[in-house]
Ligand binder design. Structure first.
Ligand code: F6R
Length: 641
């Protein structure tokens, strides 16, 4: 996809290509890299690549490996320089960037080991400066970087150039931003294990590359992409300094493009096709922007905010306001499973059948209560046949101190009451815990124990929400059991477990997360597995009477125009939900997707989100509630006729 500049891209200071998927974008980057390598090989010259780690380039590296294996693309004359490395980690540490590069690319292509460069994370403190200068010198000696791949962090960092890094910065030791450390916490199995420092190429170093491609996938990057592209560069969003580069491109998927003006508010930059969906989006945005209730918007509000043509098309603000007002009004329901024997013509969910067979999917234990605890309570309480399935065991998210407590408890029980076998098992667990150390991987037994801890929490939480323990299912999808964060590889076994459950329940309603912002996240993979399972079932009769409702996922909520069902919670129901979340004791300090600058922990973030959804409805001039949980209706492509 080209980056032709039009009136819609007038605010963009770096060319941005928006792709239908990360995969397609990666293919385009691989095309460019392949062309360069072949051209250089032809001229008997080396190709110097600047490489990044993290989730973003994984697809690109897989594509390059494929081309090496199937298309004879050779890396024999390629020289690489990686952007960064955690300070304090050796190359064999599972989270070191050296190890990442070996596993994701170098071990699978014919690159000469001595041609691969990753900053040394173990260099003595007093030698760091010299090592950084030597790294820069090596880049220069190689002829400079021909082609630099970048990802972007939610802080706006490129490499590990956190906010505060200037355009002149060079390769150096830096302190990691707290948000960056939090984002890495899952990979390191706990924030306390994430190194505090890293060695990174500077922005000045990066800007010397001849050509730069920055890649970003998923909605978590959308905000920082639009800031980098549309705002004047400042130290607070270091990626913005790429604006001065003469040959820089940004490649994003639709989710990462979502905050660009041309996507988010296209009516501000050019003429738009006023479809009902676009009108809904624009009018709800206008109400939020002006701080006015929908029914109080006047012609001037429309005219002053790029929507004069809509007014002309539709007559007057008065008519537009009324039409739009009805839409969010009709999303509100206290009957998420449908209200039996009621007129359902203006309700989000149908009245019949009643009771419904309802399947609620929770990628990890707690996502269900976190994102839809109030709704879950209502579904149970209103008599539906509810099944809550935790797709993965969630064992990876149990911090070690909680594991240690469980091991000690088992040990004490075994000593007090148990026989020899129990005592031996407890002692073996203790040994395994010691052997694992701070950074090691959990043994199978330890991981199993962690999974059991999370099951216990899920049951305790379910009890508060009137979801009996026998309504809970623990699928323990194999991709999770066999994987590690960012290294998950979902497969057929996962899909068939999911499909089997769907076939057994034949649900009238499925509630699942639509959080696909990080394609390698547990949430996105669980959604992918669900999609594939739904595809397998597409011919089955139950699918014709099944509705799928997506909750947005932890840490965020749907935007007003995306909401198809809004379930209000009274203060008591809301408090009950919060108590349900508290039962997940091991998750008290896990914070999967907090926004930049937020100091909240996972627990109070849930209440902020539900309260702010209620504020949105209130501000639009609808009813005023304590809290609201929101859902979006979704139909898999393969189910559409
Ligand atoms: C990695 C690097 C970082 C990442 C960024 C995005 O070498 O330099 O800037 O590119 O943190 O990480 P992911 O891709 O994991 O979202």
């Amino acid at each position: 996809m080209g980056e032709t500049s039009t009136e819609f891209t007038q605010r963009e200071r770096i060319p941005v290509g928006i792709f239908n998927s990360a995969e397609l974008a990666c293919r385009e980057v691989a095309d460019a890299i392949e062309a360069l390598i072949r051209e250089r090989d032809g001229a008997d010259m080396p190709t110097v690549l600047g490489l990044a780690t993290g989730s973003t380039p994984v697809g690109l590296y897989r594509e390059l490996i494929r081309r090496h294996r199937e298309g004879g693309l050779s890396f024999a004359r390629v020289i690489t320089f990686n952007l960064d490395e955690y300070y304090g980690l050796g190359g064999d540490h599972p989270e070191s960037y050296r190890r990442f590069m070996q596993e994701q690319l170098f071990d699978h292509v014919d690159i000469e080991p001595e041609n691969t460069h990753v900053p040394d994370g173990l260099v003595e403190r007093e030698e760091v400066y010299g090592a950084c200068r030597a790294y820069e010198e090596a880049i220069r000696e190689a002829g400079g970087i021909d082609f630099q791949i970048l990802g972007i962090g939610r802080t706006g960092h490129i490499g590990f150039n956190e906010p505060g890094s200037g355009p002149e910065s060079r390769t150096r030791l830096v302190t990691l931003d707290s948000l960056t450390r939090r984002d890495a916490a899952r990979d390191f199995l706990g924030e306390e294990n994430v190194p505090r420092h890293a060695i990174t190429m500077g922005i000045g170093t990066i800007l010397e590359a001849k050509r730069i491609y920055l890649l970003a996938w998923g909605e978590a990057k959308a905000g920082v992409i639009s800031q980098s592209v549309e705002e004047a560069p400042t130290d607070t969003v270091p990626a913005g300094f790429l604006q001065v580069h003469q040959d820089c491109r940004i490649l994003v998927d639709h989710a990462a493009a979502a905050q660009l003006t041309r996507v988010r508010h296209p009516w501000l930059v050019g003429p738009v096709d006023w479809t009902p969906e676009m009108i809904r989006r624009a009018v709800l945005w206008l109400a939020r922007k002006t701080g006015k209730a929908l029914l109080k918007l006047v012609d001037e509000d429309y005219a002053e905010n790029g929507m004069a043509d809509l007014l002309t098309e539709q007559g007057s603000a008065y008519e537009l306001n009324i039409n739009i007002f009805n839409t969010p009004q009709h999303t509100i329901t206290g009957w998420p499973g449908g209200k039996p024997e009621a007129d359902d013509s203006h309700r989000p969910e149908r009245a019949d059948p009643f009771p419904k067979r309802v399947l609620v999917l929770s990628p990890e234990p707690m996502d269900d209560v976190y994102c839809m605890g109030g709704t879950l309570h209502r579904l149970a309480n209103q008599g539906h046949e509810l099944t809550v399935a935790c797709q993965t065991s969630g064992s990876l998210a149990v911090p070690d101190p909680d594991l240690r407590r469980a091991v000690e408890l088992l040990d004490e029980v075994a000593r007090g009451q148990g026989g020899e076998k129990e005592a031996a098992f407890a002692a073996s667990l203790r040994r395994q815990l010691v052997a694992k150390g701070q950074f090691g991987e959990d043994s199978r037994d330890l991981r199993y124990l962690k999974a059991l801890i999370r099951r216990g929490e899920a049951r305790a939480s379910g009890r508060l929400l009137e979801v009996d323990a026998d309504r809970l299912r623990f699928l323990d999808l194999p991709f999770y059991e066999q994987g590690r964060y960012r290294r998950f590889q979902p497969g057929k076994a996962d899909v068939s477990i999911m499909a089997e459950l769907l076939r057994e329940i034949r649900p009238h309603q499925v509630f699942a997360t639509g959080a696909t912002h990080d394609p390698l996240s547990v949430h996105a993979i669980c959604f992918l597995v669900l999609c594939q399972a739904l595809d397998l079932c597409r011919e089955e009769a139950w699918t014709r009477d099944c509705r799928i409702w997506l909750y947005r996922g932890p840490g965020a909520e749907w935007e007003a125009h995306e909401i198809d069902m809004a379930v209000p919670l009274s203060p008591d129901e809301f408090e009950n939900k919060i108590q349900g979340i508290y039962q997940h004791q091991t998750q008290r300090s896990q914070s999967p997707s907090l926004d930049k600058g937020s100091s909240s922990n996972t627990w109070n973030l849930a209440s902020l989100i539900n309260r702010s959804a209620a504020d949105t409805y209130d501000q639009l001039g609808l009813a005023e509630y304590e809290a609201i949980e929101c859902f979006r209706k979704w139909v898999p492509d393969s189910w559409r006729d």
